[in-house]
Design a protein around this ligand. Sequence first.
Ligand code: SF4
Length: 117
Amino acid sequence: MKAKEMICIVCPLGCHIKVLKNDGVYNVTENKCLRGKEYGIKELTNPIRVLTTTVKIKDALLNRLPVKTKEAIPKHKVIKCMEVINSIEIKSPISVGEVIVENILGTGVDVVASRSM
Ligand code: SF4
């Protein structure tokens, strides 16, 4: 079986790692630390991402407020989450850390404001 090549995004070094599955066991190479091993295995089994984006805001200094998911969400739900975030408009004032969307798409993760506005 051919090894899957990917770039580890856990730290700025960006190691080009290889992940190979043999008899149900994952083997990661070219990683400079253990976090790269964990990342490589997770990318093949259950990839997750922190979603950072903006949402429409009314009566504020700018038209859009930066927001992010409080924790990583399953990668396959990112597009659907964007649809939810793009469909709403909030009203100022908003404080940093304030929940904008609670438990987005049943992920158990809230979308929160990245700044006050
Ligand atoms: S393997 Fe380790 S050192 Fe390399 S990018 Fe990932 S976290 Fe950074």
